[in-house]
Design a protein around this ligand. Sequence first.
Ligand code: IPE
Ligand code: MG
Length: 225
Amino acid sequence: MDGNGRWAKKRFLPRVAGHAQGVDRVRDIVEGCIERGIEYLTLFAFSSENWRRPQDEVTRLMELFVMALEREVTRMHRNGVCLKVVGDLGRFDTRLRELIAQGEQRTLENRRLTLTICANYGGRWDILNAVNNWRRDNPDAGEMTEEALAAYLTMPYAPEPDLFIRTGGEQRISNFLLWQLAYSELYFTDTLWPDFDAAALDLAIDSYRKRERRFGRTSEQLLER
Ligand code: IPE
Ligand code: MG
């Protein structure tokens, strides 16, 4: 979800106003996904690198995260959303960690949409963490397999993403789901996250529908199947 700062700047507002608008957009996109029958949505909310931002911006982002959890979990629950927050959560303060645990607990059995928020997340961290945890649990095993690694990543409950969307004009992965994106379709849009509405989501889905996913096979093989 990129482009909050630029959205605010264009309006001569402080960057945090863009983040606040971005939170509203999350609600719309979650509900847009539900309406469209999408079962998994994963949002990159805060990267391991985002701590390098000015202290007051980091503080405001944490406050917004707390407020969003306080306000939105009931509505999510009503909508059948199962909330997951993944990342290195140890660096967040107690209040935020409590709200995360409560939100996850409350929505645990919902199945309509699994919403994963990646917070203090990094794709490399995820992979290293998986390798180290697997080795701790399997000290005498030989080489690690792809299946074992995938099972130790932070989102074993979710399929690999069909579609990756990056808003805000940048064309990079920026250490998001590195392992899981191996075969995902990538979609980049100049639309800033606070402007990313249901119509923008439909454009991304239309683009995805036009693509042919071969997973290494030829077009002819796909026709034969
Ligand atoms: C939001 O957009 C990303 C978050 C870390 C919440 P940015 O804050 O990166 O917005 P730009 O790139 O400055 O426009
Ligand atoms: Mg940015």
